[in-house]
Ligand binder design. Structure first.
Ligand code: PLP
Length: 432
């Protein structure tokens, strides 16, 4: 009998958390690392939220609370979604979680039986794919096209849908690409889903980056399309909007109170409830008119950095980078660099067991980190299945402008450092 259950080998991870220890290692050696790996805003929580959390702790609001989420926060979320999406949301259908991550896996546990198919964007947030085999479901990645700004249309989604489809993940603005879908595109996607899918198929709309949009564009949501409110799980959270990754609060609006009850039961089984004082902070964040301007300042900073970083990357031979429309990431195509540095040949020459654990973009990611001290993430950190031939990196721009400029200089140097790459491959100790 083996120590670990078979399913343990079926779950994947989020590589963003793997890079941290490597960075610490390099810093202990006295090296300065440019951190373009982080999926968290480099801004403080807006002050009124901080003040509210402190006030709530002073009120001793520090005990167990409703496992579904405290009613004042659920009301605030329901009102906010009703006003911004043109739907009627009610607090009995809202569930609060420790971050917007738990409802991803909870949805698969709640809706999917073995053999059911889960459609999800690739590149996309890694946790969508990570859970699928763990629950016995079947992954059906929908590959987002760089030339179309990593957006998605109904026609692109249609071939992925079948009798076995149970859950469809959408994420706009997207992590890792910053791609968004227009209301028109979402309407097309909704029409395809309504035509082809049974009523019990659920659409998981991950909208955690809804407030981080550039060039004055407005957020569009599939739940606003006719017929979709009955099928959509609408998800938001505090991590990105309020620059509060450590607060661990996210929320979902479920199509029915019965479904919300199932998620509540999972909450009870896993963690009982999430801290009430942080939930009160989020309630204030959603309701207070003081927060919007703070968020807009952060978005303006991201937009200015995006402009510099995209232009800088496009000036490097072998790199081609789309202009993201939201979130705080850029997702350059590095196929040219992989060619120029001999990474593709080096990859082909690796032993089979190493090849399985790496990819050309992983090799460049590790070379960049260990030889040029820029921390990024490779393509397969955002969906592994069928992506070995796709050569991209994700850079977070949630880092100050001077560091980003230094990062661009180092990436440009790495992209012409053929000799350094040769030595790196020969040494062979950091290939995945
Ligand atoms: C698309 C997307 N969804 C969900 C999450 C989870 O965020 P959290 O659990 O911190 O709220 C993230 C975090 O990076 C994300 O990028």
């Amino acid at each position: 009998m083996a120590l670990l259950a078979k399913r343990v080998g079926l779950i994947d991870t989020e590589n963003a958390f793997k890079v941290g220890p490597y960075i610490r290692l390099l810093e202990e050696q006295g090296k300065r690392v440019i951190k373009c790996n982080l999926g968290e805003p480099d801004f403080p929580i807006p002050k009124p939220i901080k003040d509210e959390v402190k006030r709530q702790i002073d009120l001793d609001n520090t005990h167990y609370c409703d496992p579904q989420g405290i009613l004042p926060l659920r009301k605030a979320v329901a009102n906010y979604f009703s006003e911004t999406r043109g739907i009627t949301a009610t607090p009995d259908r809202v569930v609060v979680f420790p971050g917007a991550k738990p409802p991803i896996g909870f949805s698969q546990q709640t809706y999917c039986d073995p053999g059911d198919e889960v459609v999800y964007p690739s590149p996309g947030f890694p946790i969508y794919e990570s859970f699928i085999r763990y629950v016995g479901a079947v992954p059906k990645p929908v590959y987002l096209d760089e030339q179309r700004g990593f957006s998605l249309t109904g026609e692109e989604l249609a071939p992925l849908l079948s009798e076995r489809t149970k859950l469809i993940y959408l994420c706009f603005p997207s992590n890792p690409t910053g791609g968004v879908a227009s209301q028109e595109q979402l309407k097309g996607i909704a029409e395809v889903i309504l035509q082809r899918c049974r009523k019990d198929v659920r659409v998981y709309s991950d909208e955690v980056y809804e407030h981080i949009l550039f060039d004055g564009s407005r957020h569009a949501s599939i739940i606003s399309c006719p017929g979709m409110a009955e099928r959509t799980i609408l998800v938001g959270g505090a991590s990105k909007s309020f620059a509060w990754t450590g607060g661990r609060i996210g929320w979902a609006l479920l199509p029915t109170a019965e479904e919300a009850e199932q998620f509540r039961t999972l909450n009870i089984n896993y963690f009982s409830c999430v801290p009430a004082y942080n939930q009160e902070g989020c309630r204030l964040g959603i309701e207070s008119p003081l927060i919007g301007p703070e968020v807009q300042k952060m978005v303006a900073a991201f937009q200015a950095r995006r402009d510099v970083v995209v232009a800088g990357l496009n000036a490097i031979p072998g790199i081609r980078c789309q202009n993201p429309k939201g979130a705080f990431y850029v997702f350059p195509n590095i196929a040219g660099v992989c060619q120029n540095l001999g990474i593709l040949d080096a990859f082909r020459g690796l032993p089979e067991d190493v090849k399985k654990r790496t990819s050309p973009s992983t090799l460049f990611q590790m070379f960049l980190l260990f030889e040029h001290q820029v921390a990024t993430l490779d393509r397969k950190s955002f969906g592994r299945i069928g992506t070995e031939h796709l050569h991209y990196l994700r850079l977070s721009i949630a880092t100050d402008m001077d560091s980003l400029k230094e990062g661009l200089t180092r990436i440009a140097a790495a992209a012409r450092d053929t000799e350094g790459f040769g030595r790196f491959i020969k040494r062979g100790d950091r290939l995945f």
